[in-house]
Design a binder for this molecule. Structure first.
Ligand code: ACO
Length: 326
């Protein structure tokens, strides 16, 4: 099997900023409540004409440019999201077409906030076996279209954005050193969009109940998240054969500053070596990790040879981690 690594990264954030103050005019909340409970100060909101594929295409284009790879060279496009353009066709097919990735297989992947790690894991297997050379993995979300802006328990937490990476073969001993993925559907109800699928098709009643929007039991998800992040980080380290002190940088999923702090404490890593963007973007679900990774790489916080961990959790419930020698 070949070793697989990240050839380039890219991200795209919509221009419009919505601050906590702006939220105060929609629901009974306060900047103080949001900041102290989550660390979020503001988030980006897609323009009315922008759908998830529009954000994904922009992030994908930037990742291709960064990797020095032409769209026609891409063998497979994977788009991870929980807010696709529509049920049919797959958003990844639309994205591949718009990018000009004419040779590429394309499919969507839905493990909520863990989608980017799952996507990179799948990409790595195709490349490791030699079946494919270059795979584009994108995490993109227009969360603002699936949020209930009358529900203060959820609407203050999320934001819109997209991040992407091109994966390909790397010299032996470099790149992805370990992968850990998990899922537990028994916790699925803690974070869901109950209506709009085959279980509960859209009806006048579901519209009235607003059950086609995100519903969340915040406390339950919080408890799960802290444990999932701690466990998954530790397993990624162990599987890679690294000691905690070997770790140069941590890129965690960006749901809540307190959840990040807990993982940081558990790993014993200096907070200056942890990427945080939840303050500026909120939780962008599948987009949070690739955006954080791209910004850390472009800021020179992650350099060639560094040992890093990506770790995340999400609806499903799902979790995942990846140790990478950059
Ligand atoms: N403004 C003001 N008050 C609020 C708000 C708000 N925006 N939202 C909730 N509240 C109220 C609740 O109604 C509740 O009031 P009550 O006690 O009278 O019923 C109270 O605040 C709850 O307060 P706390 O117990 O202090 O809240 P907590 O510390 O649990 O923080 C939070 C809530 C931020 C939601 C936390 O539980 C959390 O981050 N959970 C994890 C969420 C998460 O990570 N989701 C994303 C998963 S990833 C994916 O797949 C998309």
């Amino acid at each position: 099997l070949r070793d697989v690594g990240f050839w380039g990264t890219g991200s795209y954030l919509p221009e419009k900023i919505m601050t906590n103050k702006d939220m105060e005019s929609l629901v009974a909340t306060s900047d103080e409540w949001i900041r102290t409970r989550t660390g979020i100060r503001e988030r980006r909101i897609a323009a009315p004409e922008q759908a998830t594929s529009d954000l994904a295409v922009e992030a994908g284009r930037r990742a291709l440019e960064n990797a020095g790879v032409a769209p026609e060279e891409i063998d497979m496009v994977i788009v991870g999201s929980c807010a696709f353009d529509m049920f049919l066709p797959a958003t990844a097919c639309l994205v591949a077409d718009r990018l000009g990735a004419r040779r590429a297989a394309a499919f969507d992947l839905e493990t909520a906030c863990t989608s980017f790690i799952y996507g990179a894991a799948i990409a790595s297997q195709f490349i490791a076996t030699g079946m494919y050379e270059k795979v584009l993995v994108i995490g993109a979300e227009v969360m603002s279209r699936i949020l209930d802006f009358t529900d203060r328990n959820t609407c203050v937490l999320f934001g819109d954005g997209a991040g992407a990476a091109v994966l390909g073969p790397v010299p032996a001993g470099q790149g992805i050193r370990s992968i850990h993925l998990g899922a537990d559907g028994s916790g699925g109800k803690a974070l869901s969009i109950p209506a709009g699928g085959t279980r509960m098709p859209v009806s006048e009643q579901t519209l009235k109940d607003r059950s086609h929007y995100v519903k969340m039991n915040g406390k339950e998800v919080y408890k799960f998240a802290v444990k999932a992040m701690d466990d998954a980080s530790t397993i990624a380290l162990e599987k890679a054969g690294w000691q905690p002190e070997d770790l140069d940088f941590l890129v965690p999923h960006q749901a809540n500053q307190r959840i990040i702090d807990s993982a940081v404490k558990k790993l014993g890593i200096d907070p200056s070596r942890v990427e945080v963007n939840v303050d500026r973007y909120g939780n962008m679900s599948a987009a949070s990790l690739p955006v954080a990774l791209d910004e850390a790489v472009r800021a020179g916080k992650i350099n060639a040879g560094d040992r890093i961990i990506l770790v995340g959790f999400g609806a499903g419930l799902t979790w995942g981690s990846m140790a990478i020698q950059w």
